[in-house]
Design a protein around this ligand. Structure first.
Ligand code: SF4
Length: 333
């Protein structure tokens, strides 16, 4: 893994027992399976894949918001270093100040009974960051202004606002504790396209102003192409490809990445005839296929793909791919 990673996962697995009963053993849902990933400090790091690929669980594990089954996660921002797997409760609250989540749904995320001021102030009070109401108010006003909220609106309740304004409130709440690492989980997915651009521009501006590192989880590759500098592609709990954004979009190597990219209609009109339709549904993570997890949907699968899981190959300093045949398939769009 890289030396400059703000946060790094090492063979990280998150499995959940589901079902089971008196005479039945529970099945294990392998939401995240041995993922190794390094998120460079200051990056806008995209994490993509279909619904059910494990993106949200990976993001939550990096926040220590879900139990980690095995493997490690290390956070290091130059001031503090945390081993998230063995983090005692007393240090977890310190980590929470530095690592925050922006929720997907700006309608469900905000309590309808709290004013905007109280919603943004709550993390300061829960984590005992400020010492007086005046100090809390000053910090709330400061972050609200950075998130381009009208200070007159701090006394109102969330129902008075549009989706875009609510998402600004969610962002202000996430950033009020001055985090270094922010997981943005489908944070523009519920918004109209015109509002999406506005929120993405705000996230980008805040990244530079506040020196943030984002893990930006999205199923929308056109959004990721626009804003992220690195991208990781997940399929059924595994990482299948990671690369700088430009490289991933111009020279993808994994058949799954190629299929996802070819499904973006406006990316390259000349290539539309070559679009590879992704057939079938993603298999259940309680009963994943043997070998390469993608073999049941991959048009290039051969015998070895069904038997042996491909390891991540390092193509360059930052480009990794997990496919037995990536070299043979390099010239196939
Ligand atoms: Fe397809 Fe085989 Fe590569 Fe998996 S390892 S993506 S099945 S060619």
């Amino acid at each position: 893994m890289s030396d400059q990673g703000l946060i790094e996962a090492d063979k990280l697995s998150v499995h959940f027992p589901i079902g089971g009963g008196l005479l039945r053993r529970p099945k294990m849902l392998r939401a995240v399976d041995e993922v190794s990933l390094s998120i460079p400090k200051g990056s806008f790091f995209g994490l993509v894949g279909e619904s059910g690929s494990g993106k949200t669980t990976l993001g939550r594990a990096m926040l220590r918001a879900t139990p980690i089954t095995s493997g490690g996660v290390r956070y290091s921002d130059g001031e503090v270093e945390y081993d998230l797997v063995n983090l005692p409760k007393s240090e977890l609250i310190e980590y929470r100040k530095r690592a925050q989540l922006i929720f997907q749904d700006p309608y469900a995320a905000l309590s309808p009974r709290m004013t905007v001021r109280d919603i943004i102030a709550e993390p300061l009070e829960v984590m005992k960051i400020t010492n007086s109401r005046d100090e809390t108010d000053a910090r709330v006003r400061e972050i609200a202004e950075k998130c381009r909220l009208n200070l007159e609106h701090l006394r109102r309740f969330p129902h008075a606002f549009s989706g875009g304004q609510r998402q600004r409130i969610s962002i202000a709440r996430a950033l009020v504790s001055s985090p270094r690492f922010v997981v943005a989980d489908e944070s523009v997915a519920a918004l109209d396209v015109s509002i999406q651009a506005d929120i993405l521009n705000l996230l980008k501006a805040l990244q530079q102003e506040l020196e943030l590192t984002y893990l930006f989880i999205s199923h929308d590759l056109s959004v990721v192409a626009h804003i992220c500098d690195h991208v990781a592609v997940m399929y059924l709990g595994r990482l299948v490809e990671t690369a700088p954004t430009r490289e991933l979009f111009t020279a993808p190597r994994h058949p799954y990445t190629k299929a996802l990219l070819s499904a973006i209609p406006s990316l390259d009109p000349d290539q539309r005839g070559n679009a590879q339709k992704l057939e079938g549904e993603i298999p259940s993570p309680t009963n994943p296929p043997s070998g390469c997890k993608f073999h049941t949907r991959c048009p290039h699968a051969i015998d070895i793909c069904k038997q042996t899981e491909p390891a991540l190959d390092h193509l360059g300093s930052e480009h990794d791919v997990a496919c037995h045949r990536w070299q043979e398939l390099a010239h196939i769009p």
